[in-house]
Write a protein that binds this ligand. Structure first.
Ligand SMILES: [Mg+2]
Length: 312
């Protein structure tokens, strides 16, 4: 791992890099957009990758959107996308249960998106929405739904103590499946407020249930398995783009993909410099092959590649 600044390369070397992959996986928040604001030229870059014949996948740990929601968002923000191009953790949670032949009910700490994906997979669920403290909830034993045989933890702004009680109680039965959508500790935001991410909620339930969740999102194995099932990608000719090294880049490294860090999101260049010097392999695995200030900065190089391919 070397962390080469793309902009420091000679033009020919950048073009060589751009020709060295056929599949592009990209994280979304912090790479393509911040909430509903697209990052400059990022859609042009993604659409040009596609025009040049590269297979595109949008790979996000976000569990608050369905695949359909993400296709809509892509369209609104001018990214070409269809449902098969999207891997998101609400959908993967449903796929995971489906792959087990799951016929019972899931207790969900999470958003409507998880509910919708479960519905589409024909899996029943409960638990969505507020579950606030009342005089009775805290100390009395709640009535367990005997149909519940899985607990899913995703992002839930209604996360509460009663939900913890229920999840931990269901999980005290070792046969109940325990799924966490992702482990991102915080959301990237640009001001001083810290917004706890799903990873904080998953850890909380892991702690009170004394169990480990199987994680759907990057950097864990399941996401890679699903990707390989959906498309026969060649890892050596696949590029993973991300803004967060402890999910996106390490995911790419573990899968044997080329990795590109963009500096428009969570990870700063100073972090990368620190990991490069680290004696620990775990930290050195966080170092990307390449980095660039912003995804949109690839546009002039890609345009040149387009012109050359039109000429030839
Ligand atoms: Mg991100």
């Amino acid at each position: 791992m070397s962390a080469i600044n793309i902009k420091s390369l000679a033009r020919q070397d950048v073009l060589h890099f751009l020709r060295s992959f056929d599949t592009v996986l990209t994280d979304c928040d912090g790479v393509l957009w911040m909430n509903m604001t697209p990052l400059p030229n990022s859609s042009s870059v993604m659409n040009l990758f596609r025009k040049l014949g590269k297979r595109i996948f949008y790979v996000t740990n976000n569990s608050t959107k369905t695949r359909d929601d993400l296709v809509e968002k892509c369209k609104t923000l001018k990214f070409q996308a269809n449902k098969d191009d999207i891997l998101c953790t609400s959908n993967l949670s449903a796929c995971y249960l489906q792959s087990l032949g799951f016929r019972k009910k899931a207790y969900v700490i999470g958003s409507e998106a998880i509910a919708k994906e479960l519905e589409q997979a024909g899996i029943s669920y409960c638990g969505i929405g507020p579950d606030t403290i009342s005089q009775n909830t805290l100390y009395s034993v709640f009535e367990k739904d005997p149909e519940v045989a899985a607990v899913i933890v995703g992002f839930d702004e209604h996360f509460s103590y009663p939900k913890m009680v229920k999840a931990a109680t269901y999980l005290s039965d070792a046969s109940v499946h325990f799924i966490g959508t992702n482990t991102d500790e915080r959301f990237p935001v640009s001001n001083d407020v810290i917004i706890p991410g799903t990873g904080s909620l998953v850890r909380c339930i892991e702690s009170c249930s004394e169990r480990k969740a199987i994680i759907m999102g990057k950097p864990e194995e399941y996401m890679a398995k699903m990707l390989k099932e959906r498309s026969n990608i060649n890892p050596q000719r696949t590029l993973m783009i991300g803004d967060r090294c402890n999910t996106d880049i390490i995911f790419g490294t573990r899968c044997g993909f080329l990795t590109l860090l963009v500096l428009t999101g969570v990870t700063a260049l100073s972090d990368v410099e620190k990991w490069k010097q680290s004696g620990q392999q775990e930290e050195r695995d966080l170092v990307p092959n390449y980095y660039i200030d912003a995804l949109g900065d690839l546009l002039p190089y890609l345009k040149e590649l387009e012109t050359l391919s039109e000429v030839s």
